[in-house]
Structure formats: structure tokens, C-alpha cells
Ligand binder design. Structure first.
Ligand code: 5GP
Length: 128
């Protein structure tokens, strides 16, 4: 059981398969701690996913269980990717979904990196 209370990490999830090279992705960059690739269904002109290489289902799980070096390396990668994509001048948004209410689809911790236009309010004001 992960610390988030969600089910155990499923090594068959789609991002695990991308990490193993079983499914292709449009890679932005990769280092020992993180892989960044374009979202298959972009919600903004720039919509990149950054994922750690270890098996963590959520932010809570990742930050509780991963070695400090992996956590630092992951967040440094997020900042570097944003900079390399040219997003620092006009800004960008980071987002991470956890669980049903947030609509998390993939049970491998990931950060969405959005940019390239004005992104509007943080959370849509309509109820689904
Ligand atoms: P979540 O809802 O879990 O925070 O976000 C999962 C994201 O993964 C979604 O934005 C979805 O479009 C993206 N996604 C799902 N399957 C694939 C895939 O096979 N390749 C890529 N590049 N993105 C995917």
C-alpha cells in the first residue's frame, strides 16, 4: 500500500510502459531522475508531462518514499524543462492530479507543465 492510501503501484500503467520503452512518446528530455514528454492530448500550446523514474503513484507517495536525491533531481528537471521550452519569460503552470476528484488517469506520479498562452483560472468554476 502506498502512503497515499491508494492501491499499490501498478507496473503495467501507461507511464511505466513508456519508461520501459514499450510505448513510444514524444520525448522532451531525459536524465537519471526524470523523463519529460509531450501529453498525447495537449490542453495548452505547451503541455508536457514530467515523471520520476521510480514507482510512485502520487505526490504524497513520491515525497514520502523516494530518496532525497531523486526528489531533488526530479524538481530540478521540472525547472530545467520549463526553461528549455522557453516558458520562463511569460510563465507556466505546474499541476499534479491525485485520485478520483482530481481525475487522475495514470497511477504513476507526474507533473503537468502547461504554457504558451494565458492559462486562466486555476480551477474551472463549473461542477462536473
Ligand atoms: P492525469 O489525469 O493522470 O493527471 O493525466 C494523465 C495524462 O496522461 C493525460 O493528460 C493524458 O492525456 C496523458 N496520457 C494518457 N496516455 C498517454 C500516452 O499514452 N502518451 C502520452 N504522451 N500521454 C498520455
Amino acid at each position: 500500500m502506498s502512503v497515499s492510501g491508494k492501491p499499490p503501484y501498478d507496473p503495467g500503467n501507461i507511464f511505466a510502459r513508456i519508461l520501459r520503452g514499450e510505448i513510444p512518446c514524444k520525448k522532451v528530455s531525459e536524465d537519471e531522475h526524470a523523463l519529460a514528454f509531450h501529453d498525447i492530448a495537449p490542453q495548452a500550446p505547451v503541455h508536457v508531462l514530467v515523471i520520476p523514474k521510480g514507482p510512485y503513484v502520487s505526490a504524497a507517495d513520491f515525497h514520502a518514499e523516494a530518496p532525497a536525491e531523486a526528489i531533488a533531481g526530479f524538481w530540478r528537471a521540472v525547472g530545467r524543462v520549463a526553461r528549455e521550452l522557453g516558458l520562463e519569460e511569460h510563465g507556466y503552470r505546474l499541476l499534479s492530479n491525485m485520485g478520483e476528484d482530481a481525475g487522475q488517469e495514470v497511477g504513476h506520479f507526474h507533473v503537468h507543465l502547461f504554457g504558451g498562452r494565458r492559462l486562466g483560472r486555476m480551477v474551472p468554476q463549473t461542477r462536473e
